[in-house]
Design a protein around this ligand. Structure first.
Ligand code: FAD
Ligand code: SF4
Ligand code: SF4
Ligand code: SF4
Length: 383
């Protein structure tokens, strides 16, 4: 039976919850808003399936990834503008739907919590399109994926690397009709911080939220603009000004497992990995129009075959993977633990204004600012 001794050893993937034959596992949120399995010991029959499928205890192995890397852009500009990077997810998803397949990915629920969802048609793809920078809850989605696979439907499952590995571990066998797509993952912020942030936003605007875009591109792709549409008003701010994004990217409130992530690696169990192509202006300047370019890494035969069929719909250039990930180290390396994290969460539940708390914990000291300035001057001189 699974027992979490250290929170960093659970990525919250829900594989144990989905496999338990006695349904005696519930996923419960802790005081930071991250969910962990809780077992009803009276119902447990000690079958140990939960431990067997846990991707942290028993990582899924892929001997050798193909490691073919591309810079890619979806030729459909309207779709690309609605996507976080180059719109590659939509190309894969539309193809699978055209072939009567099913797509799984992260969407907002009616209260803007993030949950995985099963999608059957192109119009509903809008729900999955675009990054949501908060941990997405899987619920019983792995069971639904398995049932679709066993009914011989083609399935595209998309999620964080740990969710893809959680699914593969839960399934415990290869399915020819399953394609998985993960991404380079910085880490996932706390759903509780997100909930509090939205409550504060609604209070300050005195209106309800109609829609949210984490990566609005009105003023460019590289600036990470968060856009919130209220009944009448619109909020838009880039990553240097929006406090939720600032706290996320300064690693103040990521899940504990994200600081020592076991899923950041080259040999992934997914078929395809996608990401923002950071550094595209240096590697392939002609593919940088600040509307979003994707880095695409193909790991498997299946991924390669699918990709070859779709290459006509993209502007594509093969690149050197090692060079590309120099600009995107999250492919292989976890972020450093933020020493202020514990104090932040100690204050979170008693604080009146979340934004004041984030401001306090994202303030960069004079010494650090000076250091950053010197670093950027040296970088410019070296170039
Ligand atoms: C939490 C998070 C951290 C990321 N960190 C990095 C990073 O460090 N470096 C980098 O280059 N790229 C990162 N990305 C990936 C990047 O933001 C794009 O999502 C990716 O490049 C795909 O873009 P696209 O244009 O092809 O499609 P889009 O339409 O933008 O992709 C949407 C896809 O992402 C999935 N998705 C969205 N939100 C979530 C979520 N919360 N949990 C699981 N799946 C989700 C959807 O299911 C859908 O499949 C991150 C994404 C997320 C969600
Ligand atoms: S040991 Fe078996 S019955 Fe007990 S919690 Fe794990 S999966 Fe469920
Ligand atoms: S299977 Fe996933 S949710 Fe369950 S303990 Fe392991 S990492 Fe945590
Ligand atoms: S950083 Fe690792 S543990 Fe955290 S969400 Fe991403 S893949 Fe999962």
């Amino acid at each position: 039976m699974i027992e979490i001794k250290n929170k960093k050893d659970c990525c919250g993937c829900y594989a144990c919850y989905n496999i338990c034959p006695k349904e005696c596992i519930t996923m419960e949120s802790d005081n930071e808003g991250f969910w962990y399995p809780k077992i009803d010991k009276d119902k447990c029959i000690n079958c140990n399936l939960c431990e067997k499928v846990c991707p942290i205890i028993n990582p899924v192995k892929r001997a050798n990834s193909k490691k073919i890397a591309y810079a890619g852009i979806n030729k459909d500009d309207q779709i690309r503008v609605k996507s976080s990077s180059g719109g590659i997810f939509s190309i894969l998803a539309e193809y699978i739907i055209k072939n009567n397949g099913i797509i799984y990915g992260a969407s907002f629920d009616e209260n803007f919590n993030i949950k995985h969802k099963r999608i059957l048609c192109n119009t509903d793809l809008d729900l999955l399109r675009g990054s949501k920078y908060v941990q997405s809850s899987i619920g019983d989605i792995y069971k639904q994926v398995k049932s679709d696979l066993e009914s011989n439907r083609q399935v595209l499952f998309t999620g964080t690397p740990c969710q893809v590995e959680g699914l593969r571990s839960y399934l415990r066998k290869e399915y020819v009709n399953l394609i998985t797509m993960d991404f380079i993952c910085h880490g996932v912020p706390s759903p509780l911080v997100w909930k509090k942030y939205l409550e504060e936003m609604k209070k300050s605007k005195q209106e309800n939220i109609k829609n949210i875009y984490f990566r609005n591109k009105d003023i460019g792709w590289k600036v990470f603009s968060l856009k919130i549409i209220f009944d009448e008003k619109i909020y838009i701010n880039n990553l240097s000004k929006d406090l939720f994004m600032k706290g996320f990217l300064q690693d103040v409130y990521l899940r504990p497992s994200c600081y020592s992530c076991k899923f950041k690696k080259i040999n992934r169990v997914s078929d395809i990995t996608v990401a923002d192509f950071w550094g595209i202006e240096n590697i392939l300047p002609k593919m940088d129009d600040d509307k979003g370019t994707s880095l695409i890494v193909i790991h498997s035969e299946k991924g390669e075959q699918l990709f070859d069929k779709l290459s006509e719909t993209m502007i594509l250039n093969e690149v050197n993977l090692n060079e590309a990930i120099k600009y995107n180290p999250s492919m292989i390396k976890s972020v450093k633990y933020n020493e202020k994290r514990n104090s932040f969460f100690a204050e979170l539940n008693s604080v009146k204004a979340l934004t004041d708390l984030i401001r306090k914990y994202t303030k960069i000291s004079f010494e650090k600012r000076a250091k950053n300035k010197i670093k950027s001057i040296i970088k410019r001189l070296v170039r």
